[in-house]
Design a binder for this molecule. Sequence first.
Ligand SMILES: [Zn+2]
Length: 159
Amino acid sequence: MLTWKDVIRFSVKGSPKPDRRVEKTEAEWREILTPEQFKITRKKGTEMAHSGALCSAHDAGKYNCVCCNTPLFDATIKFESGTGWPSFTQPIKENAIKYEKDTAFGMVRVEVMCNTCDGHLGHVFPDGPNPTGLRYCINSEAMQLQKESSSEKIEKRNR
Ligand SMILES: [Zn+2]
């Protein structure tokens, strides 16, 4: 389980190596993303609070990177933060997320990106719920929800 200490260490010393890398030119990203997705993921934009479609999603499944489809978060670790952005307490895997210190707007924050394609996702804060204390605050537009199929659901229930 990751804690704020790990997040700081990754942002200073570098994040764990991803399983694979996806690299594309700006023109190639523009072709596969909507203008809003492009602005957020490739230009480090932020959507308006409460505007994202995934903010109030409660379906079981995985939240994948909208750019490269790598799973980033599981729906079971999503929580209602009241901030207006989808919020999570842990990434799906330790090496799914890339961390970087962000000093924009006169604040020191930790930016979180997709570790596979460097797509901007949002920020992580140390004010999340127990036991991790982490709050990954992520733009809806940066992710797509891959809903769990009904057969997977049944399998889980029978486990
Ligand atoms: Zn990605």
